[in-house]
Design a protein around this ligand. Structure first.
Ligand code: PMP
Length: 409
């Protein structure tokens, strides 16, 4: 007998488990709309040209494989904060941001969760209902209590703004409010600029700490600056905030595990010195938390980002490639809407699909209907009704529309 027999079976991951089931399906009509990974029109994985160019440069330079410092590659940390806040933002000029390289978005969120657990004992994190499936796991494993704020309104397939504001107001003062910087996952519904202002008002009133998860910068609108406007709005108000970043989607660096954790400290202190000390202290503690977890982060992805963002020619090429990717998703979104509207004779209004942004569409299909999509139509998707449009081609839109209409009615 094994002493590990008492280790019970863990349930499959609701997102990555979908890919495993997809692999096992032998039907040639099968379609994987589970995980949010960009595919070409031929449904093949895509390595960006700028990434290949940056890797060639790296190879030519013959860079070594020595350990990075605990906080990561300095050139990466500099450009990642600039990409997020804008290079001329006062938070950077005043050196109010502690930035450390993280293990992509997930690892950066986990590091921040560890900071909250250690320095804000008992503080609660408020997460949107629904949210990306891993958020709850991250805070559970870090032993950080969380609860949900209303976000999605099934009646309008839109934002429950009143509910969201009421729940943020009702949370104990000094809570952390987790916000998706852009392209909310799984709903694809973002607050408008006016709504962001009101959200910031309530968070300030209640002395909460905004905690942004930015996993899709550039993927919502196709513009890196537009997609950072929510974070910049909060930063410009002089608020303290946390921001996790990921380069999985926008640079297609999924497996390189490259991202960052940024902590912005306040400017409202009369003594600027307080803030300076806070930044240094926060950074020291993030390093202290990272060291026993993974010691120091991997270098390859950090160098790619530093080369792409730090080189004006490559940066421009990246923006063009990102517009191409975001554009392809928009085309598929339109085609799916057109196919559904043409085929569905029930009179259902499908325009919510066009109002959603980013990689995903939240179809409103419930669990049983999502099961029908998979079991009958071989369309793999998460059970919350989310489909990844990044895994869809124009050629497959009609088939998908048939599957959705059959499952709905
Ligand atoms: N946050 C959200 C909302 C996400 O959708 C994702 C990716 N699916 C992540 C964070 C993190 O992904 P990664 O760890 O690959 O950067």
């Amino acid at each position: 007998v094994s002493r590990f027999e008492g280790v019970t079976m863990a349930p499959p991951d609701p997102i990555l488990g979908v890919s495993e089931a997809f692999k096992a399906d032998t039907d040639e009509k099968k379609l994987n709309l589970g995980v949010g990974a960009y595919r070409t029109e031929e449904l093949q994985p895509y390595v960006l040209d700028v990434v290949k160019k940056a890797e060639n440069l790296m190879l030519e330079r013959g860079e070594n494989k020595e350990y990075l410092p605990i906080e990561g590659l300095a050139a990466f940390n500099k450009v990642t904060a600039e990409l997020l806040f804008g290079a001329d933002n006062s938070v950077l000029k005043e050196q109010r941001v502690a930035t450390v390289q993280g293990l992509s978005g997930t690892g950066s969120l986990r590091l921040a969760a560890a900071l909250i657990e250690r320095y804000f004992p008992g503080a609660k994190v408020l997460i949107s209902s629904p949210t990306w499936g891993n958020h709850k796991n991250i805070f559970n494993d870090a032993r950080v209590p969380w609860s949900e704020y209303r976000y999605y309104d099934p009646k309008t397939v839109g934002l429950d703004f009143e509910g969201m504001i009421a729940d943020i107001k009702a949370a104990p003062g000094g809570s952390f409010i987790l916000l998706h910087g852009c392209a909310h996952n799984p709903t694809g519904i973002d607050p408008t600029p006016e709504q962001w202002e009101k959200i910031a008002d309530v968070i300030q009133e209640k002395n909460h700490i905004p905690f942004f998860d930015v996993a899709y910068q550039g993927f919502a609108s196709g513009s890196l600056d537009n997609d950072a406007s929510s974070v910049r709005l909060f930063a410009t108000r002089g608020m303290e905030l946390l921001v996790a970043q990921s380069y999985s989607k926008n640079l297609g660096l999924y497996a390189e595990r490259i991202g960052a954790m940024n902590v912005v400290c306040s400017s409202s202190d009369l003594a600027a010195r307080c803030c300076e000390v806070a930044v240094i202290q926060v950074k020291s503690q993030l390093k202290r938390l990272a060291r026993p977890m993974y010691s120091n982060p991997p270098v390859h992805g950090a160098r790619i980002v530093a080369n792409v963002v730090g080189n004006p020619a490559l940066f421009d090429e990246w923006k063009a490639e990102m517009e191409m990717m975001a554009g392809r998703i928009k085309n598929v979104r339109q085609k799916l809407f057109d196919s559904l509207s043409a085929k569905d004779k029930s009179g259902k209004d499908w325009s919510f699909i066009l109002r959603q942004i980013g990689m995903f569409s939240f179809t409103g299909l419930n669990k049983a209907q999502s099961d029908n999509m998979t079991n009958k139509w071989h369309v793999y998707m998460t059970k919350d009704g989310r489909i990844s449009l990044a895994g869809l081609s124009l050629a497959k839109c009609e088939y998908l529309a048939d599957a959705i209409i059959d499952s709905y009615h």
